[in-house]
Design a protein around this ligand. Structure first.
Ligand SMILES: NC(=O)c1ccc[n+]([C@@H]2O[C@H](COP(=O)([O-])OP(=O)(O)OC[C@H]3O[C@@H](n4cnc5c(N)ncnc54)[C@H](O)[C@@H]3O)[C@@H](O)[C@H]2O)c1
Length: 409
């Protein structure tokens, strides 16, 4: 490829035109010098000149924080206006690929404000292609990206330009998803570092080796560093997570250690539970059926179950609650599960339904916690009046009669 760089700073343009990199990055000086020697790389302060001589523009200007901490799109706006003017002056089609990190809606907003006519006339294709490189390993990350996803303005946009130049396995999404994926990744990285630092402070506080602890934690790539718990849906529950997070919070307090992130986990889960409760209330009917009562699929354990918690909340508000979960047999309850059920849901037996058709027929709102019901039988018995709230991430439910909404989708 032949590349023309554009910057508003003359000294950066001059450096590139002399074959010099403008900042330190392993391998960059050599690459810049080689591209200059081959006459493949030059720079200018003129966007019009650069656009006239190229087919694809990558926008990677800064998107800093304002004094108030919000996103400042001034540089992207300025670059977009200059590019729009330059494209209007040329006759061949152009591809514009934003790489600057921008909040969801930013790219569409830029198109709608400055580029819509060019896109509609098919003189311009606009894509958002988040950049995942890290400083210090930028050249390596550029050649072998850890993730490649591109958002397109229209779902049927052809993204072969990105696949050809950068990564043949690039995934395609809408603009807003690609924009949010970049923030999700960076928030996740920040969360991992904050988590490791808090575990580190607890470790040091009790006299164990934090580095070794996190090294061992990272060895579990099935549950720890994996997609396993990384999906939106049910509030966390069960016999372990709430109890163990609570005990760890207690340990930090006992040692006067500050662990705000770990301390916020139960509150975050409670917020998610409140969000679900509000969704059921907003659905509007007092007749609610819960599909699934245990804390997760393939168990009859009710400890820490979000479905069980929702049932108790709704009953306190005088909702007419029914529960369908073939694995829940109160006569078989022993130990803690039996105690929780008799203390918090003493009338559980009368709420449990064994006939799915009759249970669905009696209720209007159906909250699905797991796939304990047969989809075909559900399909037969759901009517247009039913409102399905999906907590289990069961997309086939959206194709059944009634309205469908997911807890986070
Ligand atoms: N630095 C990273 O490691 C990294 C990684 C991934 C994503 N990003 C994102 O990439 C974007 C750029 O980051 P950066 O660290 O390279 O920023 P930077 O501020 O170091 O560089 C941006 C360059 O854009 C130039 N510029 C500003 N307005 C211009 C205009 N109208 N026309 C032409 N050039 C203009 C500036 O002069 C500057 O040289 C940001 O959105 C950032 O969040 C950065």
């Amino acid at each position: 490829h032949s590349v023309i760089g554009v910057d508003v700073i003359q000294s950066k343009v001059d450096a590139m035109n002399s074959g010099l990199a403008t900042f330190h990055e392993p391998g960059l000086a050599e690459l810049t010098a080689e591209a200059h020697r081959l006459n493949r790389l030059r720079a200018t302060t003129s966007t019009t000149e650069a656009i006239a001589g190229t087919d694809i523009s990558l926008v990677c200007v800064g998107t800093p924080s304002t004094a108030a901490g919000s996103l400042d799109l001034t540089f992207v706006e300025e670059a977009t206006c200059a590019i729009a003017t330059a494209i209007r002056a040329k006759s061949t089609p152009h591809h514009l690929i934003y790489r600057s990190t921008m909040l969801p809606g930013s790219t569409r907003g830029l198109v709608d404000a400055h580029l819509k006519d060019l896109v509609d006339e098919q003189r311009l294709q606009v894509l958002f292609y988040p950049e995942f490189l890290r400083q210090g390993t930028a050249v390596k990350d550029m050649i072998d990206p850890s993730l490649s996803v591109v958002g397109s303005y229209s779902p049927d946009d052809d993204i072969s330009s990105v696949r050809r130049i950068f990564d043949s396995s690039t995934e395609q999404t809408d603009l807003e998803s690609a924009e949010l994926i970049k923030y999700a990744c960076n928030a996740f990285h920040a969360a991992k570092i904050a988590f490791a630092n808090e575990i580190g402070r607890v470790s040091k506080g009790i006299g164990v080796d934090a580095v070794n602890i996190m090294r061992v934690v990272c060895q579990d790539t099935r549950l720890n560093i994996s997609p396993y718990y990384l999906r939106p849906g049910t509030p966390f529950g069960g016999s372990c997570l709430p109890k163990d997070v609570s005990a760890l919070n207690q340990l930090s307090r006992a040692h006067a250690l500050s662990t705000p992130m770990l301390d916020s986990l139960l509150a975050s889960n409670e917020d998610h539970m409140d969000h679900l409760t509000e969704m059921v209330e907003t659905a509007g009917s007092p007749r609610v059926l819960l599909l699934g009562l245990s804390f997760k699929e393939q168990t009859d354990d009710l400890r820490g179950s979000a479905a069980f918690e929702l049932a108790t909340r709704l009953l306190l508000k005088n909702y007419d609650v029914g529960i369908y979960d073939p694995l829940i047999v109160p006569a078989n309850f022993t130990g803690a599960v039996g105690r929780i059920a008799s203390l918090r849901l003493p009338n559980l037996t009368s709420l449990l339904k064994t006939d799915l058709a009759a249970a669905v027929g009696e209720k209007d709102t159906i909250v699905v916690f797991n796939r304990c019901a047969d989809l075909a039988e559900l399909a037969e018995n759901l009517a247009p009046r039913h409102k399905i709230i999906d907590v289990a991430s069961w997309p086939e439910l959206a194709r059944l009669s009634g309205s469908y909404t997911g807890i986070c989708w």
